[in-house]
Design a protein. Sequence first.
Length: 487
Amino acid sequence: MNTSAKEKMAATMNIVNRIIEENRGREQHVALSEGDDSMTYGELFDTVADWRNILAQAGVHRFDRVAFLCEDSIDYVCLSLSVLAAGAVLAPISPSLSRNETTPTMEGIDAAWLLYDDAIPTDNKGRLLTGPTRRRVFRLAPRTTRGTTDTLFSACDPAFVRFSSGTTGASKGVVLSHQAILERTDAADRGLRIVETDRILWVLSMSFHFVVTILLFLRRGACIVLCGHDFPGELTRQLAAGTATFIYASPVHYKLIAGSKDFDAGMFAPIRMAVSTAMPLASDIASRFETRFGQPLCQAYGIIEVGLAFIQTPDAPRKPGSVGRIGEGYEIKLATPDHDGVGEVLLRGKGMFSAYFSPWRTRAQIDPEGWFHTGDLGRLDRDGDLFLIGRKREAINFAGMKIFPTEVESVLNRHASVRESRVYGEPHNYYGQWPVAQIVPADTRFDERTLRRFCYANLAPHQVPKRFEPVAAIAKTASGKIKRIRA
């Protein structure tokens, strides 16, 4: 096949069509399970085709950006695939956003439509859609668009626009093509090794994790069991049934599991892989989980602009604090490393994003050599294992010494009196900045002097917070990450 033919094929490839093609003969296999409800692959594809036609008849065209607002569910998967199958562009909006946050998000991606679950309050009132839903009623509301980047946007053959997490600054709409999704799901599968007999327990938000994993699981014909709405109850029941083979969750979930009496080691015997993602995995959580259940946690370090570039496998050597080695098909380098070998992590490989939507910038404009600057600081050991130290923007400059909030928080969170913490730099006339910690106490016995002694025993003196602030809660982004305070 010549180059122009390959380019034409890539430009017309649709990820939903690929999923359908790859599941020929699996029509009777269960694709999705939610409580007492389930859907086979055959039913899924028929439902997607029906909804695709309904959307087209309603006026949804190729390359239209469709903001999608819905709770995780079988319906969520069906409607998301239908938008993609119609050639439109899926732009998920988390139901955890407030109404005041939803509108700016839609404006940021210049959405042409809002497709939403009627049970979720919005400021829009769209037309009722009659279609093959399981439990939800959907509406479709048109929106006025600016259209200033439509030509550039459509040239990317876009499938997906998602806002980055926004933990330290303004979010940007990340544009992914159908081809990029195909490439990054292929790359991720080299580490996850999904097969049609896998039964995957899912507790994360689809608004933030539909690409890569949900689409990969469907490409391989696996069964996705939705456990998020009744966590940990549904997860407990599924593990007790002994049919699950794979768990995809965050460190927060694994911390709760490791501390709960509802789980025992026997439940995890059939699990071939338990993946921890979405945020850094603290060494003490990994150790507690493995000690109790005899199951290693496999950390996956992914970024929406790049994909899952790091995936630890169960048989990989474990190094506390490391996310493992770069995956096949990806490259890594550290920009301007310091005397300790710590530099900003730069990544590149197949399946990378095409552009940022607002303001419009292509990947080549951002870095002509194709590197993505993650903003994460890390170091590589002699074996090529990556250790993440913190975020570049979050580093606290204390009298010329760098302090990384996540390192301090990992120590604070190990103390029995601390449920959660957030460390930030406060301006100081003499030191430049000094570290301050907000603490959500685990109980009423919180004692600052005891916690301070614990910190001095486990941190360098300059890393110990100079002030502790008990708070009721710590603000999070819609994806569950800590919202960082800037000096």
